[in-house]
Ligand binder design. Sequence first.
Ligand code: FAD
Length: 465
Amino acid sequence: GAQTQAVDTLVIGSGPGGYVAAIRAAELGQKVAIVEKNQIGGVCLNVGCIPSKALIGVGHAYHAATHDTPFGLTVDDPELDWQKAQSWKQNEVVNTLTTGVKMLLKKHQVEIYKGEARFADDKVVNVMTDDSSTLLEFNHAILATGSRPVEIPGFTFEGRIIDSTAALSLPEIPEALTIIGGGVIGSELAGVYSNLGTKVTIIEGLPQILNGFDKEMIQPVLSHFENNQVKIVTNAQAKSSQQDDDGVTVTYEVDGESATVKSDYVLVSVGRRPNTDEIGLNATDVKLTDRGLVVVNDQQQTTAPHIYAIGDIVAGPALAHKASFEAKVAAAAISGQDITNDAIAMPSVAYTDPELATVGETLMSIKDKNLDAKVSKFPFAANGRAITMHQTDGFIRLITDKETDILLGAQIVGPNASDLINEMSLAIENGLRAEDISLTIHPHPTLGEAIMDTAELADGLPIHI
Ligand code: FAD
C-alpha cells in the first residue's frame, strides 16, 4: 500500500520555475517537497538554455578558428573532437549546474521525490516510479511542469527526425541539417551547426525567421547566415519526410510549388506545448485555456485557490527567467505575503550571431498601441569597444515617451546584447528617463557606452553621431 506524507507546499517540476519556487518557499519558512520525473533542473538546465549556450560557445570557437582575421592571424585546419565537446557540455556544464541546484535544494531542506506526479484528489498527489508509489498530502501546490516539443504531421520524432533535445546531443556533426521552424530555438541551433561547417537549411512558415524581432534587427543575423551558406526558405510548409540509410528527404511547399531537400537530420522546432495533459488536473478545480495553459491570476493562483502555476504552463513567453520570477511571486503569495506579479520589463534574447535582445515596447507595439514615442538608434560601428573587438554589426534602439522622456522599450542587436539588455530592463522597470542614462557615467571603452550614446541621441544632444 502507498504511504502518505504531509508537506506544506508541494512543487511539481524542478525547472527554473519549480526549483526556484521550492527554495523561496523554504526560505519563507515552509516545509517543501519537490517532485521531478526526469532530471533536476528541468528543460532549461538539462536540454534547453544551458546546453544550447554551451554548444553556441563551441560553434563560436570553431568559427573563429576557421576564419582569418583582419589583424594578421591566419588559421589553418583546426580539429574539433565532437565527443569531447559533448562530454564537456554534459559533465562540466550541465552536471555542474544541476548538482548545484540539488545542493541548494538540500541546503534548504527541500525533500526531493523522483517520480511522476499525478493528482489523486485536490489535496493529494501520487508520485509514481516504476516500482513504488507515494502519496503526498499538501496544503499548497505549485505546478511547474513545463513544456515539450510539438510534433507535426509527417514528421514523427524517430531516427533522423529529431527534436531540440536530440539536436543538442547528435552523435556527430552532420554534413547537412534541415531545420523546420526558424524561431529562436531553430535559429540558435542553425547558428551552432552552420558555425561548425554543417550545410543548414531552414524551412519557415512565416515571411521571416525570428518572428518576434523586427526586420531591421534580424538583418545582421541574416547576413551571418548567408556568410555561413545557410539556406532560408520562408512562407514554406514542410509536407512530408522520407528516411533511408544515408539521410532523410523533406518535401516542402513554397508558393504552391513543391521542392525537396536531403540532409542527415531534420530538426523540427515549431513550438512547444504545456505539460498539463497528464498530471490528473481533472481531479482538481484547476482550469485550462483551450491551448492547455493553466489559468492564473496576478498572484499565479489557479482557479483552485490552494494551487498555483508558473513557467511554460501559464500564458506569456516560454522563458526561464519568466518562470523563475513567477516562482518567487507564487512562493511569496503562498507564504501569506501581499504580492502581485506586476513586472513591467520582460526581456527576451536570441543567442544568434549577433545576439538579439528586446525589452518593453517595440516598433510593432508602439504602432499597435498608437503611442507618441520617439525612436533613437545608435550603431555599434560608432562604438570604440565594438571596433576593437571587430564586432561592429548591429545597433541599440531606445523607445522613449515623446512627452516625458520615460524609457518604454529597448532593442539591442550586437555583441553581448544578452548582457547589455539588463541595464535597459532596470531602467524600464523603474520608470527611468533617457536623461537618467545619459547622466550616468559609463566606463570607456565599453559596449554599454553605446546605450549612453543612444540616450543622448534621444535627448537631442548626441556626441558620437
Ligand atoms: P521546465 O524547465 O520545462 O521544467 C519542468 C519539469 O517538470 C521537467 O523537468 C519535467 O520533467 C517535470 N515534470 C513534468 N511533468 C511532471 C510530472 N507529472 N511529475 C514530475 N515532474 C514533472 N529560455 C530562456 O529564457 N533562455 C534561453 O536561452 C532558452 N533556451 C532554450 C533552448 C532550448 C533548446 C529549449 C528547448 C528551451 C529554451 N528556453 C530558454 C526555454 C526554457 O527552457 C523554458 O522556458 C524553461 O525551462 C521553463 O521552465 P519551467 O520551470 O516552466 O519548466
